[in-house]
Write a protein that binds this ligand. Structure first.
Ligand SMILES: [Zn+2]
Length: 192
């Protein structure tokens, strides 16, 4: 599937992890919990990528050729649509952006591996997911149903983006609650 969908899935995973890890009464994470959360985010991000690629899809952003004279012209639509997702995610998770970043990196990882294998001759023995990264995945059925699959991908993106803002909002209100003096006393902490 296209890059922004994978990165957004990683972002959603990072935000879900952060929402649970920084829930009232304690929204401060110790260093070792941050590392655990980052590792979990990365792993779930990789799994989300493999799951999304197992769904029928038509990588329509890869097929736009408006940048064709440039080297790696197929990368630019992916980069231009992925950058806003990264910026929004880092803004929403600015207190623990590294954790959301690790989850987004996990969401990207299998395609980074695929790019390295096909375009930079990464030895096959270094490829962790050969069934994903050592073959180009487009079936005849997907070609025939490309309009439906493009529509499906855009809907999936819109649903995940809506959910991302919703979960970020939930986390923010949970943290605001933890910061109120009454709650801080209840949690055994001195009010600020
Ligand atoms: Zn992929």
């Amino acid at each position: 599937m296209d890059f922004p969908v994978h990165v957004l899935a990683g972002s959603v995973i990072g935000n879900i992890i952060l929402h649970h890890a920084t829930k009232y009464p304690s929204h401060v994470m110790e260093k070792h919990r941050q590392i655990q959360a980052g590792a979990a985010g990365f792993l779930w991000g990789v799994l989300s990528h493999l799951f999304l690629d197992a769904l029928p899809h038509y990588d329509w952003l890869f097929k736009l050729d408006i940048f064709r004279p440039l080297p790696f012209y197929w990368m630019y639509p992916q980069i231009l649509t992925t950058l806003p997702v990264i910026v929004i995610t880092f803004y929403l998770t600015r207190d623990y952006w590294q954790i959301a970043g690790a989850a987004m990196l996990g969401g990207m990882y299998p395609d980074i591996e695929k790019l390295l294998y096909f375009d930079f001759h990464l030895p096959r023995s270094f490829v962790l997911f050969p069934w994903h990264s050592c073959r180009l995945s487009q079936s005849l059925w997907e070609d025939e149903h490309k309009l439906f699959l493009i529509f499906f991908e855009i809907c999936l993106f819109a649903v995940m983006m809506t959910y991302l803002f919703w979960i970020a909002r939930q986390r923010e209100s949970s943290m605001t609650m933890a910061d109120t003096p009454a709650c801080a006393l209840h949690a055994g902490r001195r009010p600020a």
